[in-house]
Write a protein that binds this ligand. Structure first.
Ligand SMILES: [Zn+2]
Length: 108
């Protein structure tokens, strides 16, 4: 995170899980993968061949979730491992002395 970032808004999403590709809630999808901070549901993973070890960008995939659980269950478990809570927290930040804003002010 940036040094001068200021938290504007933080929202607890609870156990809501949303696929970063299709925005599906993952209750009807099995498995899924993590690519960086993106959570991708099982349906999208299949469509994009993420389960295929021959997939050309396979090394981009950080985690392949269990096929025995729904995408939602997998992501909640992952959150708990990462943050100690299965609650999803969405945070919005702003920058106090953003250079672009300063430059705009100087023009006025
Ligand atoms: Zn999806």
């Amino acid at each position: 995170m940036f040094d001068n970032a200021k938290l504007v808004h933080s929202q607890n999403l609870g156990d809501l899980v949303i696929c970063d590709f299709c925005n599906g809630d993952g209750k009807n999808s099995v498995g899924g993968v993590m690519i960086g901070s993106y959570a991708i549901c099982g349906d999208c993973s299949e469509k994009n061949n993420y389960y295929d070890s021959e997939y050309k960008n396979a090394d981009e995939i950080d985690i392949v979730f269990s096929q025995d659980k729904t995408f939602q269950e997998n992501v909640l478990e992952y959150r708990k491992q990462q943050t100690g809570s299965s609650d999803g927290i969405m945070s919005f930040y702003t920058w106090d002395d953003c250079d672009i804003l300063k430059k705009e002010k100087l023009k006025e």
